[in-house]
Design a protein around this ligand. Structure first.
Ligand SMILES: Nc1nc2c(c(=O)[nH]1)N[C@H]1C(S)=C(S)[C@@H](COP(=O)(O)OP(=O)(O)OC[C@H]3O[C@@H](n4cnc5c(=O)[nH]c(N)nc54)[C@H](O)[C@@H]3O)O[C@H]1N2
Ligand SMILES: Nc1nc2c(c(=O)[nH]1)N[C@H]1C(S)=C(S)[C@@H](COP(=O)(O)OP(=O)(O)OC[C@H]3O[C@@H](n4cnc5c(=O)[nH]c(N)nc54)[C@H](O)[C@@H]3O)O[C@H]1N2
Ligand code: SF4
Ligand SMILES: [Mo]
Length: 893
């Protein structure tokens, strides 16, 4: 345990922000690291909350076998023995590993080494398959290697930044803030956002193209043709450094020569399209940032190549302020790609299709079991388990029951697999439910190792405290199993530093510039140097000046056989499934500002739950009318594989014909608001990445008689509720419930669960106009629970309820709260600023009253946005949408 500031790295997104953390009064305090080149001191709402994920709330504290606690020794013996028996009976291919971009590089390296090198099964894949694999495949096709050419500094040097298929303001907030700061410095910097939705990011852009989902290839093919037409191609670069241009241009021209027709297909006016093309052609320095709106598609690889084609054709690559830039999502998605934890790569950018690479690696690892062929990618891996071909699967640091498409099938696969091992730091997850063996992993703040961010910068995560309970670092767990299986020699590392050095040595092995990934500078790192490691971008080559390594391809040389970049001829392919009269709407899924993926950690942090406390589906007002959907009512969404229930939010941020829902809610937190039960496993043919952003669905009102909000200190058993959402609040839980029963019956049912003490006093109130019952149960002057029930409760953003259990309420005050009617301000508060818990209403009122016109003034007056700044884009939108009406809790919230 340490009470001095320790430099470490954020556990959440791929921006890879530097954090300084310190233990004080048994709490971990964090602040941004001003020296870290990724963030220069900035942190977003999730980064600011890092200290709160390190506690024992909800943690998995011990190993379990078949639901019973056990020792590490017996868990490890159980796994190793079962693996050996399975290999003997069915061959090594019957074993599968499913890893995560949230493991550290050292964890990832030993998992890959054990599987591909010693167990001898290629069936090891990772959640990066759902995230980055289309970018990886496209990079390899065009550059001959999985290389992100640019760096964050390019954002400050660019004249035009294109953000496509990425909601940067919410998903990479610190990069977004960096771009906004650059724009203030250089007002000429233009920002174009390409996203079917009007996201917070889009609202801040100079130009927003709300293209028809899935049509990105058309848009960029159109750009290539336009660049040719207006003579803005870089012929010198094309001739010297690329191959395949003419056929690519030819295909683009065939497809996109008619601008009006093109604009019609994109569903955007030709003026907007031309404006975008014109800006690209005029700017010398262009960066194109892209993320899941591009990757998660049945033509994701082609989408990425259509972007790379435009940068290659103009030579806008490898130079300051230029380049295509794939944003990595997870904190170590890049590290996973480096070590080669995906089924179609060997290790450390050594590839299956290269016999020299194969020989190098088998010699380096001293093994004769190295796998010869690529293995099963994520979707196929679980499919093989469902078919009984995979007899044991080890899942580490990912929650596939939530995040893979077609969750019913994933559950069937896990049920059918004789041995499911799960390593996780949390006890309750949708995937843990199906584990035969559960292993407690050390989490952020406890573990130590390396992560690599989007710009190839390697930073240290450092431990601040000892692991809670019996939790152990993932690399340790993997090595124990390896040793128990008889591979002691190859897995006897004394620390994570040993592993990193071995990995660095592998990257430099006979490299001599033939592979992009070279960390030979660190081969002889001492343990102290590892301990003191400061952030470095790769490549980090022995005897080479580090400052030359910011950008790849500056010399026009690529990692293909001819050293020339490849143009890839791509043409528009519609998404795998089409909307029709039964499923007329396109179901798009993605992220919200303050939650991380399957919420296993962030849902425990009350202040991260206030911005968006309940899952929702955004639907346009036209479609709402067509399908009889009312704002704030519960609706049913159905695709050809499943059904879910969620709350409708009528919003003009989504266009007619589309709906959007956050991906985060799980079976642990909701009755049926998990999106993956609707999504079919349609994949990109090159990358195997699922199409998570385009599913045809139907929407209809869900019939229910009443709904309730329950604030309570103890968990409820939700089994019997027709609809429930659980939210962690300070001191307990807030449940949103709905039922087909009458309010009276539903109340009686709730009472059986709440079991109010006989000594407790009960407050009851009936609001006649709203037909709303309210009850408060008080024990020893403390609120035990309170219930609101009505046919419809129209005040779901009750910020004050989040605090209710921590307030030392006098009975009189409590009485007033319970018996207030809804005209009271308390009933319309929606939290906008998570750090300072400032409501949207307070911000709107302050803007109006003080006539404020900029975000700095709003921050000064309300404190909103004064800590992490993640809400500043939303404050800006409030400023821009003046004049504000007195009732600011508008539908578009
Ligand atoms: N708050 C938060 N931040 C995160 C994460 C998180 O869970 N929460 N996760 C991290 C991870 S792992 C990742 S991968 C990143 C993801 O970061 P992003 O990719 O930015 O996030 P998403 O919300 O999944 O999707 C981005 C956008 O793609 C748009 N889109 C959908 N279809 C299309 C299309 O056909 N074309 C185009 N051009 N756009 C389309 C969607 O409307 C959506 O706004 O975020 C990282 N950061
Ligand atoms: N519909 C839809 N589905 C999607 C997406 C989408 O946009 N739409 N996005 C996809 C993308 S881009 C991604 S990246 C995935 C993310 O999906 P997942 O990887 O399934 O989501 P997480 O919640 O991040 O899961 C991480 C798990 O690891 C645990 N964990 C945390 N730290 C550690 C550790 O140090 N060691 C171990 N062993 N465990 C740890 C957490 O408790 C959690 O259970 O979802 C994908 N699925
Ligand atoms: S932007 Fe936020 S979540 Fe991402 S690394 Fe930085 S602080 Fe962490
Ligand atoms: Mo991701």
């Amino acid at each position: 345990m340490t009470n001095t500031w320790v430099k470490t790295t954020c556990a959440f997104c791929g921006v890879g922000c530097g954090v300084e953390a310190r233990v004080s009064n048994n709490k971990i305090i964090v602040r941004g690291d001003k020296q870290h080149p990724a963030n220069f001191g900035r942190l977003c709402s999730k980064g600011m909350a890092l200290g709160e994920i390190v506690n024992n709330k909800g943690r998995l504290l011990q190993p379990y076998i078949e639901g019973k606690t056990t020792s590490w020794q017996s868990a490890i013996v159980k796994i190793a023995t079962a693996f050996k028996q399975i290999i003997d009976r069915f061959g090594p291919e019957a074993i599968g590993f499913y890893l995560s971009g949230q493991l550290l590089t050292e964890d990832y390296y030993v998992a890959n080494k054990l599987m591909k090198g010693f167990i001898g099964s290629p069936n090891i894949d990772t959640n990066s398959r759902l995230c980055m694999s289309s970018s990886v495949a496209a990079h390899k096709r065009a550059f001959g290697s999985d290389t992100v050419p640019g760096c964050y500094e390019d954002l400050e040097k660019a004249e035009l930044i294109i953000i496509t298929g990425a909601n940067l303001a919410w998903c990479h907030p610190v990069l977004y803030q960096r771009i906004m700061a650059a724009k203030q410095q250089t007002p000429n910097l233009k920002i174009v956002v390409i996203d079917p939705r009007k996201t917070v990011t889009a609202q801040m852009a100079d130009l927003h193209l709300p293209i028809q989902p899935g049509t990105d290839v058309l848009l960029f093919n159109g750009l290539l043709h336009y660049l040719f037409q207006v003579k803005k191609l870089n012929h010198h670069f094309i001739q010297q450094h690329t191959e395949g241009f003419s056929s690519t241009l030819h295909a683009a021209r065939n497809e996109a020569h008619d601008l009006l027709f093109l604009a019609k297909q994109l569903a955007v006016s030709s003026d907007l399209v031309t404006q975008f093309y014109h800006w690209f052609s005029e700017a010398d320095k262009v960066v194109t940032l892209y993320s899941q709106g591009i990757n998660q598609s049945s033509c994701g690889t082609d989408k990425v190549n259509s972007i790379l084609n435009c940068h290659l054709a103009t030579g806008k690559i490898g130079k300051p302020g230029c380049g295509p830039f794939s944003l990595t999502g997870q904190p170590n998605a890049m590290g996973g790609r480096e070590v080669g934890g995906m089924a179609n790569s060997l290790a450390a950018h050594l590839e299956f299709n290269n016999s020299q690479h194969y020989d190098l690696l088998s010699h380096f690892w001293q093994t004769d079991k190295l796998v010869k062929q690529p293995g099963l990618k994520a979707v196929d891996l679980f499919d093989a388990a469902a078919k009984g071909k995979i007899k044991a699967i080890w899942i580490m640091g990912t929650n596939p029951v939530v995040s893979l498409p077609n969750s019913h099938h994933v559950i069937a696969a896990l049920k059918n697999c004789p041995l499911v091992v799960v390593s996780d730091c949390m006890f309750e997850t949708d995937t843990n439910t199906y584990a035969n063996v559960l292993l407690p992993a050390a989490g952020w703040g406890e573990k130590s190792g390396m992560v690599t961010n989007s710009e190839r910068r390697i930073s240290r995560q450092r431990s601040l405290i000892n692991p809670i309970g019996e939790a152990k670092p993932d690399w340790w767990i993997i090595c124990q199993v390896a040793k128990q299986m008889g591979f002691s020699q190859a897995f006897s590392y004394s620390s994570e530093a040993d592993i990193f050095k071995e990995y660095a040595a592998l990257t430099g092995l006979k490299n001599k510039g033939t592979r992009d990934l070279d960390l030979s500078l660190f081969t002889n790192l001492t343990t102290q140097e590892y301990h003191d490691f400061t952030p470095v971008q790769w490549p980090a080559i022995k005897n080479t000046k580090q400052s030359n390594n910011k950008r790849f391809f500056a010399d026009g040389k690529f990692y293909t056989q001819t050293t020339k970049a490849q143009f890839i001829t791509v043409s528009y392919k519609p998404p795998a499934t089409k909307t029709n009269s039964t499923y007329p709407l396109i179901f798009n899924t993605g992220r919200i500002r303050d939650q991380w993926h399957t919420m296993t950690r962030t849902s425990f942090i009350p202040k991260l739950c206030t911005h968006t406390p309940e899952p929702y589906v955004h639907i346009n007002s036209l479609d709402a009318t067509t399908f009889s959907i009312k704002h704030d009512e519960l609706v049913q969404l159905t695709s050809h594989i499943g059904t879910l229930i969620t709350r409708a939010k009528v919003s003009e941020k989504i266009l007619s014909g589309q709906v959007f829902m956050p991906m985060h809610w799980t079976r642990m937190l909701s009755s049926s608001s998990h999106v993956s039960q609707l999504i079919a496993p349609n994949i990109d043919p090159f990358s195997g990445q699922p199409e998570s952003k385009y599913t045809p669905v139907a929407i209809s009102p869900w019939q229910y008689s009443c709904e309730a909000i329950v604030v309570v200190r103890e968990k409820l058993t939700h089994k019997h509720f027709d609809y429930w959402i659980k939210q962690h609040i300070k001191g307990g839980y807030l449940y949103r419930l709905a039922s087909r029963q009458s309010p009276e019956n539903f109340y009686s049912k709730l009472l059986t669960q709440l079991k109010p003490d006989s000594a407790s006093s009960r407050l009851a109130f009936y609001d006649k106009t709203e037909q709303e019952f309210r009850y408060g149960f008080i024990n020893d002057q403390q609120l035990h629970a309170c219930i609101f029930i009505a046919p419809r409760l129209n005040h779901f953003d009750l910020a004050w309820l989040n605090e209710l259990l921590t307030l030392n309420l006098q009975p009189a005050l409590l009485h007033r709260l319970i018996t207030n009617n809804k005209t009271n301000a308390l009933f319309t508060e929606k939290t906008l600023c998570a750090c300072k818990q400032v409501s949207k209403k307070t911000i709107c009122n302050t803007i109006r009253q003080l006539q404020l016109d900029n975000t700095t003034a709003v921050s000064q007056a309300t404190l909103a946005g004064s800590v992490c700044g993640s809400c500043i884009p939303e404050i800006q939108i409030l400023l821009d949408t003046q004049p504000l009406s007195a009732n600011s809790n508008s539908k578009s919230s």
